[in-house]
Design a protein around this ligand. Structure first.
Ligand SMILES: Cc1cc2nc3c(=O)[nH]c(=O)nc-3n(C[C@H](O)[C@H](O)[C@H](O)COP(=O)(O)O)c2cc1C
Length: 351
């Protein structure tokens, strides 16, 4: 009850203030983790990226930007957590206000612009607090970077031995020209450079690419071919959208930035389906965008995702959301006659 009241109060506070209070809460373990967590059924387990995930639900990048709370996130029932986006040098990001709730739409618009304590600080935080679960590190360039590729390489080298996967974020709409990296020749150059660096470092950490929902079918074909050619280990679909085609109610819809939450659900599912048609089972997809309950998670899985991530539903529903999703997923698997989660992947995609 008390946690519901706190959650309701946080929803009324300034979004960034509420977020830093939530981080403090989780960092200091002020939550009754024993009441919150629940051991999911073995039907939800999935072996992917060389790891055994106890359930398919992870925390999306952006929530734990500076790697402060991942061990609490595992305790809440998430099977994996992606920290970041981390940039090489510390940076403040865009001027405030830069995060906006759209309550009626169960959405958020953010134009944070990668506020980060920088890779030095984040690396020492992780070294001092070994992860007790599957950890991904999402990396990106500084706003004032001279060479974006160099920035990714620096972060890759810094973090590749500290986590289970590195996620290369080319899809934030809030760093000028970042999304240009979706162009065929540019992404090819970046991925070749990263793979070469990995080879030089004799490193085997999995590499994922996080993609924008605002892309064309041509982009999807090109990107699929490139990730297959370069032997990238997975794709995260999707980041936030700059589209405002959805019927939004809240007046904050006019704010610039990336839209997340329920209005992103269908468009990210469509992108997942299109990539799944090209990638099949060769490269796993992690689906993100409007995962709020078992059904929305299951829709992503049936569209072709092997795992899902969430951010916005944690803001609106609090830390209980992950267990709720897992319980509902278990019931949906049963109701639709699937023996395991794996059997359901891509089922909506098969023609
Ligand atoms: C406030 C906020 C900050 C975010 N910051 C990042 C980020 O730093 N890096 C990133 O790759 N994605 C970031 N995202 C995108 C999420 O990781 C996720 O891809 C997107 O929000 C869709 O999921 P959702 O609808 O569950 O929120 C951010 C999202 C929000 C709402």
């Amino acid at each position: 009850m008390i946690y519901k009241t706190i959650s309701t109060l946080l929803q009324k506070a300034d979004p960034e203030l509420a977020h830093s209070l939530a981080i403090k809460f989780l960092k200091n373990s002020y939550l009754p983790f024993n009441l919150l967590s629940n051991v999911p059924s073995s039907k939800l387990e999935i072996n992917i990226l060389g790891k055994n995930f106890t359930n398919p639900v992870g925390l999306a990048a952006g929530f734990d930007k500076n790697a402060e709370i991942y061990n609490s996130i595992f305790k809440l029932g998430f099977s994996f957590s992606e920290v970041g986006t981390v940039t090489p040098l510390p940076q403040y990001g865009n001027p405030k206000p830069r995060v906006f709730r759209l309550m009626e739409d169960e959405a958020i618009i953010n134009r944070l612009g990668f506020p980060s304590l920088g890779m030095d600080k984040v690396r020492s935080t992780i070294k001092n607090n070994p992860p007790k679960g599957i950890l991904g590190i999402n990396i990106g360039p500084n706003k004032e970077s001279i060479s974006k590729i160099e920035d990714y390489l620096k972060c890759f080298e810094y973090f590749c031995n500290l986590c289970d996967y590195i996620c290369i974020n080319i899809s934030s709409p809030n760093t000028p020209n970042l999304r240009d990296l979706h162009e065929k020749s540019k992404i090819e150059e970046l991925l070749i450079a990263i793979k070469l660096k990995q080879k030089q470092l004799n490193n085997k950490t999995k590499i994922l690419l996080k993609i924008s929902p605002d892309i064309t079918s041509k982009n999807i074909t090109e990107l699929s071919n490139i990730v297959l050619d370069q032997k990238i280990d997975g794709v995260v679909l999707t980041n936030t959208t700059i589209s405002r085609d959805q019927k939004l109610q809240n007046s904050n819809q006019a704010e610039l930035g990336g839209l997340s939450g329920k209005p992103l659900q269908q468009s990210s599912n469509l992108i997942i389906q299109k990539f799944y048609k090209s990638l099949g089972t060769k490269i796993p997809i992690i689906g993100a965008g409007g995962v709020f309950d078992g059904k929305s998670a299951f829709d992503k899985i049936k569209s072709g995702a092997s795992l899902v991530q969430l951010y916005t539903s944690m803001v609106y529903q609090g830390p209980y959301v992950v267990n709720k999703i897992n319980k509902e997923l278990e019931a949906l698997l049963e109701a639709e006659g699937f023996e395991s989660l794996k059997d359901a992947i891509g089922k909506d995609c098969i023609e």
